[in-house]
Design a protein around this ligand. Structure first.
Ligand SMILES: [Zn+2]
Length: 127
């Protein structure tokens, strides 16, 4: 009869998750973000943000024109009412009025290539 081995204690058993837990959190995030699945999700998200941005551009044209005019004229009254949502890292700035997210609307503006883009997020800036 084969002798059964007693289960090893947790301290004796190498736990691959434990070693990852001890890894530098920045290294963990970098490893996950570099994974093929995250890269694929990033491309899909960007494509959807551009698709939605284009679909909403007719509806938000007055806000885009107001924002551009306020920038040209340095109209701080108008600019102070603009949503603080921007993703500087991606070159985006939301041109809608502050507080629009409370009604379930995405941020909307143009990306650094000048294409309309819509996105979700609560952080005022993510860079
Ligand atoms: Zn916004």
């Amino acid at each position: 009869m084969e002798r059964q081995q007693a289960p090893r204690s947790r301290e004796e058993t190498p736990d691959p998750h434990l070693s990852q837990d001890l890894e530098d959190p920045h290294a963990q995030i970098a490893r996950v973000m570099a994974s093929p699945e995250m890269q694929r999700l990033g491309r899909e998200t960007e494509a959807e943000e551009l698709r939605l941005g284009t679909a909403l551009s007719g509806m938000y044209r007055p806000q885009a024109e107001r924002w551009a005019r306020a920038l040209r004229e340095a109209d701080t009254t108008v600019l102070s009412r603009i949503c603080p949502g921007k993703h500087g890292h991606y070159g985006r700035i939301c041109v809608l009025d502050a507080g629009h997210e409370r009604d379930g609307n995405p941020h909307w503006g143009k990306n650094k290539a000048g294409r309309p883009v819509a996105w979700l997020g609560s952080a005022p800036d993510d860079d």
